[in-house]
Design a protein around this ligand. Structure first.
Ligand SMILES: [Zn+2]
Length: 376
């Protein structure tokens, strides 16, 4: 997700706010201060309604953050690193670098979030019990937060992937069938179904207002449905790709026609002789076959044009000691995971220090598409 601000680190995990979060923060705060609190608790001062609205809204998003932290900490205990947690318009998202290796681990990771929300809901319910009739404004905050955290837990337990319930569902299917990909396909299909139901439910609410729900609630539900459907179908596609890559080695899926450039030419020579003539955006830098580094258009853009004549590609390339490389007999699926984990799109394939090919993400996709077109 682009356009997110880094706020800081929590337990060593980067915490970010996506710009769409500010929209939802304002919406929640305003609807609490203008509608909910004045509607339920009469004759309090406008200032108090606003203070309650802001405090409740902040505590609500802190609860969402705690939910994501619960997922993240449990996945870290299971040896899976977590890159970041982002709050955005539809809630929170933990960027967990890879999928669990065992169904039991996935079950624990997925259940941790809703379990955390239920515990927080229970704590606020206790606070409400102790403060109602005594400190009414605090009881008001506690009541809403207790209720919303339970809603959060229940909503997330709907069994459509990528919701937590969908992951729980997949882990159970996986445990009983032993087939990870088939379980993923089923859970993501259910997830798409849940998405469509939300969209239909949203449209129904917009036109017929059941239970006093407004057109805005309907549009909101439809948007969540649309978001879930998208996420489910992209997970479905990914799972098909992973399956298709299964059993191939790096040397079978790499390309060997990528331009190899010596390290001692200048940037202007590279642009003139290689980029304009070949149209490639990615170069392997090697001297006499030995890998020295790689270079992309981004590296070139980091140098001003006046200096292209005086700069050698060696000075701006990403040198070999900072590179991730693949081995020819490495499993293609693990290469895709390696790329996902470190956010890169190309990996040189190296054997005994010599570059023998290149694996690029779009080549992997092309390879799979051609195979499926040929019915292989
Ligand atoms: Zn969750």
């Amino acid at each position: 997700m682009g356009s997110a601000f880094n706020v800081g680190k929590l337990f060593g995990i980067q915490f970010k706010l996506h710009y769409t979060w500010f929209i939802i923060f304002v919406l929640v705060t305003v609807s609490l201060s203008w509608q909910y609190f004045p509607f339920v608790y009469h004759d309090w001062s406008p200032l108090l309604y606003w203070v309650l609205g802001i405090v409740t809204s902040l505590l609500f998003f802190a609860s969402v953050l705690a939910h994501e932290l619960a997922h993240s900490l449990v996945s870290r205990i299971n040896g899976i690193p977590v890159k970041s947690i982002t709050l955005f318009i539809f809630g929170g998202m933990a960027q967990i670098t890879r999928e669990a290796a065992r169904p039991g681990d996935e079950l624990k990771m997925a259940a941790a979030g809703p379990a955390c929300s239920l515990v927080i809901g229970g704590l606020f319910a206790l606070l409400w019990l102790f403060t109602r009739g005594v400190i009414e404004p605090i009881a008001a905050i506690a009541f809403w937060l207790a209720w919303i955290n339970v809603v959060l837990a229940v909503f997330n337990l709907i069994p459509g992937f990528p919701l937590d319930g969908g992951r729980v569902f997949r882990s159970l299917l996986w445990r009983f069938t032993g087939n990870y990909s088939r379980s993923t396909r089923i859970a993501t299909r259910v997830g798409q179904g849940v998405g469509y139901l939300f969209i239909l439910g949203g449209i129904f609410i917009v036109f017929w207002h059941p239970l006093g729900l407004s057109w805005f609630n309907g549009i909101w539900l439809a948007f969540i449905g649309w978001f879930l459907e998208n996420a489910a179908s992209s997970s479905y596609r990914q799972s098909k790709w992973r399956d298709a890559l299964h059993g191939f080695s790096a040397s079978q899926v790499m390309t060997t026609d990528n331009p190899v450039v010596p390290s001692d030419i200048t940037v202007s020579q590279l642009v003139q002789d290689y980029i304009f003539t070949s149209g490639y955006r990615f170069f392997i830098i090697a001297d006499e076959g030995l890998l020295e580094g790689i270079l992309t258009l981004d590296n070139i853009k980091s140098v001003s044009q006046q200096r292209w004549n005086a700069t050698l590609v060696r000075e701006i390339m990403t040198p070999v000691d900072q590179l991730k490389v693949a081995h020819p007999d490495q499993d293609a699926l693990s290469i895709l995971e390696q790329m996902d984990e470190s956010d890169i799109n190309q990996l040189p394939v190296v054997s005994g220090g010599r570059v023998i090919g290149l694996i690029a993400r779009d080549n992997l996709i092309r390879f799979l598409r051609i195979r499926s077109e040929l019915g292989l």
